[in-house]
Design a protein around this ligand. Structure first.
Ligand code: NI
Length: 139
């Protein structure tokens, strides 16, 4: 990856807040505060992008029992219906009954959300979750 020039800035925080922040960074395995702040800022920007309805990348996890009648077909049908938003999918056979389907979606926030909502709400899906990651290239 190309090394970008970085800007430095100082942050003023109440000592207690900084103490809690540092404890969490340690727990999460961050090497330094800058790494953690970059991640927080990216999350913040991605959340703004959702609210503005801009282009986003969404990841959806779906858990279902493949033995439940029709569920695999329903999920395949929905993925074809929303093919414009679905970039990729991965299927994991978790155990004898349960499957995990991981989908990567990309597009306008409203389209990604609509596709994910339909998949999560599909009959036979036990649990589903959509989360987003930054869609813009951020250094
Ligand atoms: Ni499976």
């Amino acid at each position: 990856m190309k090394q970008e020039k970085v800007e430095r800035f100082s942050v003023s925080l109440p000592p207690k807040l900084l103490e809690e922040f540092d404890a969490l960074l340690k727990e999460k395995g961050y090497d330094n505060r800058s790494e953690a702040l970059r991640d927080l800022i990216r999350d913040f920007l991605a959340a703004q992008e959702w609210e503005r309805g801009g282009e986003v990348i969404g990841c959806t996890a779906l858990i279902y029992d493949h033995e439940m009648r029709g569920v695999s077909d329903r999920l395949t049908h929905l993925q074809h219906l929303f093919a414009a938003s679905v970039l990729s999918s991965m299927h994991v056979h978790l155990d004898e009954h349960n499957c995990l389907e991981m989908l990567v979606l990309r597009g306008l926030a409203k389209n990604v959300r609509k596709a994910a909502d339909s998949l999560i709400a599909a009959r036979g899906v036990k649990h589903g979750k959509l989360f987003m990651v930054a869609s813009r290239e951020l250094e």
